[in-house]
Design a binder for this molecule. Sequence first.
Ligand code: NBP
Length: 495
Amino acid sequence: MEKADIAIIGMEVMGRSLALNMESHGYTVAVYNRTSEKTKTFIETMAKGKNIIATYDLKELVGILKSPKKIMLMVKEGQPVDNFIEALLQYLKPGDLIIDGGNSFFKDTIRRNKMLAEKGILFIGTGVSGGEEGALKGPAIMPGGQKQAYELIERIFKDIAAKAYDGEPCVDYIGPDGAGHFVKTIHNGIEYGDMQLIGEVVWFFKNVGMKADEIADIMAEWNGKDDILRSYLIEITADSMKKKHDGSDEFLVDRVADITRMKGTGTWTVQSALELLVPIPTIAAAVFSREMSQDKDLRLTMAKKLKIRMPQYSGDKNEMIKIAHDALYIAKISSYAQGIALLQAASKAYNFDLNIGRIAKVWRAGCIIRAQFLDEITKAYESEPDLPNLLAAPKFADFVDKNIRKLVNFVEVAHQCGVPALAMSSSLDYILQITSPVMPSAQVSALQRDYFGAHGYFKIGGPNKPELLLNEQGKVREFHTEWLLPGRPEKEITK
Ligand code: NBP
C-alpha cells in the first residue's frame, strides 16, 4: 500500500481544507478524526478519488506514514492537543515530527516542545491563518520550533502556502518553541484592531445618514489598486455590506445583531501585553468593544436609563469621507506599531529572535490582515532593523505628521455626534503619548504615589529639560518627600 507523506488529525473545516490543499500539490495525506463519522463523510465526498487515505485509529495512521513521520494536529486548542500528543507518543520514534497547527496558547507550545524534545520527538507549533479559504487555497503559515523540525516540513509548507504578488510563499521559520504561536496570536490581536477600526468608521458613516450600499461604495474605493488602505478586510467590508437580507430590499448588515464573539487570541494578546508591560490600547479597545457588544441586555437597559442626546452631524459629508480615510490609515499605523512593539518585547523576554520585516512579509497574502501596507512595514524594518517604533519609520512618520489632525477631527466629530470610537481614539492617544517627552499625567500620578504610599519619584532636569536626572554612575536618581511632615526637605533615596 502507498505510504502517506503526512498525516492530519482533525477533520473540521481547517484540517479538511489543509488535507485537500496538500493533496492538490502532489502529497499523499492520511487523515484521522476523533469522531470517525467525520472522516468517513470527508472521504466519501470532498476527498473522493483523491490521494487521501482515511484511517480510523492512531496506530493505523502512524503506520501508514513514511519516516520520519509527520503528523499535523488541526484540533481545538488546549486539552485535545495534549491528549493527542500523549496518545501518539507510543507509536513515534526519535526524529519523528508532530505539528500543532491550531490556535494554541504559546506557553503551552513552549511546554510541549520541551517535553517532546526530552523524548527526541520534534515539534512545530504553527499559526495557520486565512480561515477555511486560506487553508484550502493557500494560508499564511507561521511555524515555530526547532530549525531541524522546520526543515522536515519546509517543502510542504512552501508548496501549500499563499504566494505573495512577487511569488514568495507566505511562510517563514519564525523562531524557537512558542515563537510561531505567539506571532499568530499577535497577528489575531492586530486583526481585532483592524476590524474594530473599520467598524467604527463604518458606524460613523451610518450615523451621518449613509446607507449600507453607499458605505460599501466608499469601502470599494478605499480598496482601489493604489489606495493606502487597500486590504482584504476593507474588500470584504465592501462586499458584505451590499448583501441584501433574505431577498428583501433591506441590507443584511442592518439586521445583523451588534454582538461580536471571540475565541481567545485577542484576550491572550492583551494578557501578554499586560505581562510584558507593553501598551496596546487600540487592540485592547477592540477586545473591550467585543466584550461590551456581548452585553446586549445591559446596553438596552442603559439606553433607557441614561438617554445621551447628541446632535446629528450637519457638516460636509464628502469632506468627512476624505478625513475618515486618512484618519483610518493613521489609526491603523498606530495599531500595528503597538502590535509590533509587543512582538519585540516578547522576542526579548522569550528569546524568540523575531525578525519583524520577515514576519510582515509572511502576512502579505493568505491571512486576514493581508494588505499592501505590510510591504511598507517590511521595507521600514529592512532599512532600519532597530527602529524604536513603527511610527518612527520615515514614510509613516511623515504621513502621521502631515495628517494627524484628521484623526483628531474624526474622533472629535464622532464623539460630538454620540458615536463611540474607542479604538480610533486609542490609536490617537497612543501616538500623542509615545511622542510626549513629558507625560503630564504620569508626573501627577508619580507625585500622588509618593504622597500616599512613599513610593518615590524620579526627576527631570527642568521645564525644558525632559531627560531624567542621573547620578555620576549614570543611574537614575530617585527621591521622596515627607508629605505629612511639612518642612522636611525632599530627600534622595539611595539603594
Ligand atoms: P475546531 O476548532 O472546531 O476543532 C474541531 C476538531 O477538534 C475536531 O476534529 C474535533 O473532533 C476535535 N476535538 C474537539 Br472540538 N474536542 C476534542 C477532544 N476533547 N479530543 C479530541 N479531539 C477533539 O476545528 P477548526 O475550526 O477546523 O480549527 C482547528 C484548529 O485551527 C483550532 O485550533 C482553531 O482555533 C484553529 N484555526 C481555526 C480557524 C478557522 O477559521 N476555523 C482559523 C485558523 C486557525 P470531533 O470531530 O471528534 O469533535
